[in-house]
Design a protein around this ligand. Sequence first.
Ligand code: NAP
Ligand code: ZN
Length: 350
Amino acid sequence: MFQAKAYAAVSATAPLAPTTIQRREPTPHDVRIEILFCGVCHSDLHQARNEWSGFPTVFPCVPGHEIVGRVTAVGSAVTKFKAGDTVAVGCMVDSDGTCPECVAGLEQFCPGVTLTYNAADKHSGGITYGGYSDGIVVDQRFVLKVPSNLPLAGAAPLVCAGITTYSPLRHWGVTRGKKVGIVGLGGLGHMGVKFAHALGAHVVLFTTSARKKDDALRLGADEVVVSTDANAMQKHAGSFDFILDTVSATHDLNAYLSLLRRDGNLTLVGAPSEPLKIDAFPLIFGRHRLSGSLIGGIAETQEMLDFCGQHGITADVEVIRMQDINSAFERLLKADVKYRFVIDMASLKQ
Ligand code: NAP
Ligand code: ZN
């Protein structure tokens, strides 16, 4: 075992504070990583504050699942990585590897999946600790290669915000000629805009924040609709092939279901803590579909990273010190981030 510096929440109401955690020495299949950057996902805030009744938080909780770092050591059976490699770790660190979901490359749906934090840790017998830390040890199957042309801080959010938007856009066949809506311009939403644009779609960004309009156009949206403007919404009625909803709080889904064309689909990736109300009629009329999506499998995450390398895509980030995480959480709640906070782990040494 070795000690790592980290930031943890000790209760749902406590601010995150410095702590020391135990990490395992690499087993033959493990990669030891010095964490350089970690993105701040809204899921980190939901989990640290114990907002999801279906996923109770075990305290102390060390969040963080948008990890980029450098390999410092590898186990004797590791073939994919060597010391010095630049790598990433997303929302998962293990799975059973044999179930139909794993065989299909959809490890996120494996009944035995181990999430990067707040999950049972089969090695320690305790709970997994995430990337708000200076080091982590991960099975090589869950370590990803970062294309060498990508800036590291901007690459970190790709392994959650990136794959969570890339995967449903690909699954639902977004290509040139499709009209695609992205709801919410936060960490996930701004990646959704970039990917939908890169895939050639006509992209409409829906926001509650009129001040984000110019940024949305710069990021790749063709049109921006302020969702509180009923007339502007009505102009798009019945016209979308696909809508991706990334909103972190309770909101009116029915307004978006009515914007789908016949057989159009709305995929939810946002995970508000409260149930969303669905009216039957905006689903019935137009044979509309409502679906969900959870991150993406490991092979698809590597595909997404390689796509980003080829197209020069990274997140737009505000780099912060670890010590500033609590004010970053408060700003996240106000939808005040352009467009992902990323922690520079060098600050943990201060
Ligand atoms: P974020 O950066 O905070 O962005 C959320 C955006 O939602 C905000 O920027 C805001 O955009 C909009 N919004 C916030 N409150 C709203 C409200 N009351 N009404 C309408 N719009 C509102 O969060 P994120 O990190 O992108 O995460 C978004 C959600 O996805 C979270 O619930 C997170 O837990 C979830 N998530 C799911 C997965 C998955 O696999 N399914 C993976 C990662 C995260 P505007 O200012 O543009 O309106
Ligand atoms: Zn996330």
